[in-house]
Every structure is written in structure tokens, then in C-alpha cells.
Design a protein around this ligand. Structure first.
Ligand code: OGA
Ligand code: NI
Length: 344
């Protein structure tokens, strides 16, 4: 390898996990137009074609993109500008709000996925601050600069929350549940939002922006800029497919909790972020998470004698705390996964 002298081994993926030169994008993840939600929705009836599209996307991909989602584009632009300005601040200023073991919210430049360091920097904050009996601490740290950063980013997060609840209604209906069946799980939600900055990487053939993983909560609502790099593992053949950036759209993906609630009707898809040698990339995932007291198990309406529950219940708060704690240690074994709760 010509450039191996400068390569930091902490970032190097095992050969089988390195990105290949060609990534198929011929048939990409489905694109769903949500405008019927705003025009044709009367008294809680949802257009059947929209529900069919959501259902097919959740089954076939666990991923889809949405347009006409109701998030004001001005607000989206303002949030992305604030994100860029934050990451442009000197490292020593960002490090003043660095996350630590006692409180994992704030700035962090050293995330690892499956023990390999990710080529990125992040800023994390909770939608609702909270301190609960399980020892889960959701306490935010905000930078002094840029001015107005907090207000803009919080306004953006509240707007994405509305979209997240709408998507939850759609997904509930596709599981033959009343539209608001899942809402109660989110009453004291542990949702957090992450600002991602992926700087140019000198060895994109060896490192990844984010290593392959599945999102552990119910649902993720992601903004990505026009650079591209998010890859989804296609269910049908296991190939990596690039999610083509579409201006002003959002990428939605099913996480592990919906996999369990739906008893595997929907499964969370593995994804990663490829690095880029030339351009900075910015993204903003909104991790829509339930209350920490919730026990996650297949929904009683979904299971039956013919479709018995495939998972033991697990407490969301404990699981989430373990995940967050493990971010600070390199583990001997793989991180805790929902497979650990799968019945034999
Ligand atoms: C994540 C993630 C994708 C992206 O943070 O879990 O998958 O495009 N991010 O930043
Ligand atoms: Ni992810």
C-alpha cells in the first residue's frame, strides 16, 4: 500500500469490511412522496397507496427516502448552516463541550463502531433532557459559538419530531394497529440528535465514516447533504447500495426496536458510511427512541399461535445505557445486540 506510512491503524477496517470500488445504485431505496399526508388526509384516514408503499419499503429494504415531508426547507437550510459553522470552530473550543463517561452528550471526535474508529466528528444532544432512576443521564452541553446555534438546532429537532410521529402512525397502520398505538411508548422519550461531520479522508479504501451497523432504536430520520456516502446492505443479495442524495429529502430507516415490536415483519437494515477523499460531508440523524421504562417485546396484537413471539422482552433504558457506556471502552466481544434476546 503506497500510503501505509500515514495510516492510523485505529481507523483501518478488516479487509472484508472495506468498501469496494463499485457500489451498485441501479435500483436504489424507494422514494416516497408524503404530500398525501397533508392534502388527502381526512379524519384519520390515510391513502391506501401510501400505506402500501411504506409497507413494501419496510419489508424489502428497511430504508426509504421521503419528500414533501412537511419540514420547512428554510429551517433545514438554517440548521445545516449552523451545523457547518459549529464544526468550523477551533478544535480547542469544541473540546470544551466534549462528552465524557458521566455525560455522553456534547462533542466527540473519537467514535468507534465495532472497535474500529470512525472517520468523523459528532455533536449529540437529547431532544428532552432527563435524569432517571436507571442512571441514564440525558443532559445537554451547548457551545457558546456559533450564536443562536442552540435555538436553531432545537427548532429543527422539534420539526423533525413531528415527522417522526407521522411516520410512526404510518408504520402502525401497516402493522394493522390503530395509528396512535405506538405513541405512548414515546411519552418520556430518550430521542437524541446527532450532527455528523465527515472530513475528507486520505485513505477511503481502508477506513469508513461509520462502520457497518444497525440502528438500535425504533426509527431514524436522517438528513444528508449532497455529497453521498451512506450505503445500505441490500436484503436480496447482500450487496452494498449507495443511498442517492436527493435535495431536501430525508432518509428513513427501521431500527431494531421496530424489528422486535413487529416480530420480524420488518427488520432493521445494516448500513455504513463510506469515506470520501475530497469533500466534507454533513448529516443529521434523529434517533427516535422510546421512554427508558419501556420493555421492548413483540406487540401482543402481532403475535399469535401461528406467529409466536421471537424475542424475550428487554428494558430499553438499560439497553440504551449499556450501549452508551460501551462507547467509551473497546470491547473484547461485540456490543450488546437484539439477537441476544432472540428465542431459540
Ligand atoms: C448513524 C448513521 C448515516 C449518515 O449515525 O447511525 O448511520 O449518513 N449515519 O451519517
Ligand atoms: Ni446508523
Amino acid at each position: 500500500m503506497a500510503h501505509s506510512a500515514q495510516v492510523d491503524p485505529a481507523f483501518v477496517q478488516a479487509p472484508e469490511h472495506r468498501p469496494k470500488e463499485t457500489i451498485s445504485s441501479a435500483d436504489g431505496v424507494p422514494l416516497i412522496d408524503l404530500s398525501p399526508l397533508f392534502s388527502q388526509r381526512t379524519c384519520n384516514t390515510f391513502p391506501a397507496t401510501l400505506l402500501a408503499e411504506v409497507e413494501a419499503a419496510c419489508i424489502n429494504w428497511g430504508f426509504f427516502q421521503v419528500i414533501n415531508h412537511g419540514i420547512p426547507l428554510e429551517l433545514l437550510k438554517k440548521a445545516v448552516a449552523a451545523e457547518k459553522e459549529f464544526f468550523e470552530q477551533p478544535e480547542k473550543d469544541k473540546l470544551k463541550i466534549r462528552r465524557d463517561e458521566a455525560n455522553r452528550f456534547g462533542y466527540y471526535e473519537s467514535e468507534h463502531t465495532k472497535n474500529v474508529r470512525d472517520w468523523k466528528r459528532v455533536f449529540d444532544f437529547a431532544l428532552q433532557e432527563r435524569f432517571d432512576a436507571t442512571g441514564l443521564v440525558l443532559k445537554n452541553r451547548w457551545p457558546e459559538v456559533p450564536l443562536g446555534f442552540r435555538e436553531t438546532i432545537e427548532e429543527y429537532a422539534r420539526s423533525v419530531e413531528k415527522l417522526a410521529f407521522m411516520l410512526l402512525e404510518l408504520i402502525s397502520l401497516t402493522l394493522n394497529l390503530p395509528p396512535k398505538r405506538l405513541h405512548a411508548f414515546f411519552e418520556e422519550q430518550t430521542t437524541f440528535i446527532r450532527l455528523n461531520h465527515y472530513p475528507p479522508c486520505p485513505y477511503p479504501d481502508l477506513a469508513l465514516g461509520v462502520g457497518r451497523h444497525k440502528d438500535s432504536g425504533p426509527l431514524t430520520v436522517l438528513y444528508q447533504d449532497s455529497v453521498g456516502g451512506l450505503d445500505v446492505k441490500k436484503r436480496s443479495d447482500g450487496e452494498w447500495v449507495r443511498v442517492k442524495p436527493i435535495p431536501d429529502s430525508f432518509v428513513i430507516n427501521i431500527g431494531d426496536v421496530i424489528q422486535v415490536w413487529s416480530n420480524d415483519k420488518y427488520t432493521s437494515a445494516e448500513h455504513r458510511v463510506s469515506a470520501n477523499s475530497e469533500r466534507d460531508r454533513f448529516s443529521i440523524p434523529f434517533f427516535f427512541n422510546p421512554a427508558s421504562h419501556i420493555d421492548v417485546r413483540p406487540l401482543p396484537e402481532v403475535v399469535s399461535d401461528r406467529n409466536p413471539g421471537k424475542y424475550e422482552g428487554y428494558n430499553w433504558g438499560k439497553f440504551f445505557k449499556r450501549r452508551m457506556d460501551s462507547d467509551f471502552k473497546l470491547l473484547e466481544v461485540e456490543n450488546i445486540q437484539i439477537d441476544h434476546f432472540k428465542r431459540a
